[in-house]
Design a protein around this ligand. Sequence first.
Ligand code: FDA
Length: 292
Amino acid sequence: MLRRALIAASKSDRAERVVSSSRLTRELVRRYVAGDIGAAVAELTDRRLLVTVDHLGEEVHDRAQAENAVRAYVALLDRLPPGADVSVKLTALGLRLSEQLALDNAATICDAVTGRGITLTLDAEDHDTILGLQSVHATLRKEHPDVGIVVQAYLRDAAERCARLDGARVRLCKGAYTAPGAHTSAREIDRSFVRCLKILMSGTGYPMVATHDPRLIEIAAALAVLNGRDATAFEYQMLYGVRPAEQERLAGVGAQVRVYVPFGADWYPYLMRRLAERPANLAFFARSLLSR
Ligand code: FDA
């Protein structure tokens, strides 16, 4: 219930005005969103962590905004080391205006990363964008085989999606939005996550295990061993500001760990989804609203 309310608030301009004006909200933003992206990437790289960078923004309303997002990503590439990844939301590239526009814009970023040792991963968003996501990914993959895609385990057909994506770079996560008919119980989502993990780990692609859940991290490690994958044949991914000690612990035992680093002014919907994931953050959030 609370989760749904927060996800709904992530799309409300009025809630955005209230939340953004609070001083304590800014403290939460500092925890989850990088201020200076160059410094954040350097600090993570020094700790032997890989990065995927998200230039915050979604739901653009015209072509000019979508083009600005492309320019921001292309400019960002000069600040990233080889081995980095960029995470891109197709709604920021104009998916809701036209699928072709989002495809063209994503292709421009794919062309720009080529030759730099940087990869691109397409984030998964609201349920009504998933068909567009799949279709854009399938087209891009013909020319850029290493373009990655996210699968949300809360979708009932997540396992079938993973099977169809054999050979691809696939980031598996639980799912941060809401979707009609999707799994809602934590137990069902976890089961679906494990079904997907089994398919990805036994397949021919590159699994990216995006979770902070200790049990799922253990299961992923065991499945990697069972399927003869060494530490270079899959990676863990976690969000900036979430379980940093665990990120370092895994990297310290030789695992590849990539941190998802969001930056930019358009942080509001991203922050609301982080709040929806973690009830303990809500007390902090409630105080931030009361203190206005
Ligand atoms: P779960 O929510 O059960 O959390 C497990 C534990 O992790 C918690 O008990 C807590 O200790 C810690 N934790 C989790 N979230 C926290 C938070 N916000 N603050 C503090 N602690 C927290 N979703 C999506 O729909 N589309 C996408 O493209 C992506 N992309 C993506 C990339 C990466 C790298 C990650 C890690 C996650 C995503 N997600 C996403 C978000 C994902 O779907 C999911 O909502 C979150 O990862 C939280 O789920 P967990 O698997 O961590 O488990």
